[in-house]
Write a protein that binds this ligand. Structure first.
Ligand code: 4NP
Length: 162
């Protein structure tokens, strides 16, 4: 992590092994390609504690690999109240994540938002949890995440003159 970064973004889901690490890894790639790797700090976390220290789900890794991403270095952690003070954007994958984040925040620090607010084409506001479903769900996560990450990067460029 680079403490001198201009902007810090935290992606949050339930387990931090499927959706938020996908957003973490895709956004990292897009930010690096844009030459902004030193200016944007990126992390992900889960509201739950079951997978702390685990790498992303093997289905997430396989789906990512097919599109040329490598998320194997990522490890799950649980979101903490102090995250609302250390990140400028705390972005939830679904409404339950958002409700859990609001309860954890207790009125201090940045307000969490839904990640898909930054999507251009998504006809939905939530990234569906793929954990108990089939391979299609993981493809859909990547489709939604790639689009919303591009929108988030556009937003950061406009709002923060990156
Ligand atoms: P994620 O998916 O929130 O996208 O990481 C899940 C991963 C694990 C569980 C639920 C959702 N779980 O119940 O263990």
């Amino acid at each position: 992590m680079n403490p001198a970064s201009d902007i810090a973004v935290l992606f949050v889901c339930l387990g931090n092994i499927c959706r938020s690490p996908t957003a973490h890894g895709v956004f990292r790639e897009q930010v690096q390609r844009a030459g902004l790797g030193e200016r944007v700090r990126i992390d992900s976390a889960g509201t739950g504690d079951w997978h702390i220290g685990h790498p992303p789900d093997r289905r997430t890794l396989a789906c990512a690999q097919q599109r040329g991403y490598d998320f194997t270095d990522l490890r799950a952690r649980q979101v903490e109240p102090v995250d609302f003070e250390h990140f400028h954007y705390v972005l939830a994958m679904d409404q339950q994540n958002l409700a859990d984040l609001r309860a954890l925040r207790r009125g201090r620090g940045v307000e969490p938002r839904l990640f898909l607010e930054y999507a251009s084409v998504a006809p939905m506001l939530e990234v569906p949890d793929p954990y108990h479903g089939g391979a299609d769900g993981f493809e859909q996560v990547l489709d939604l995440v790639e689009d919303a990450c591009a929108g988030l990067l556009r937003h950061l460029r406009e709002q923060h003159r990156l």
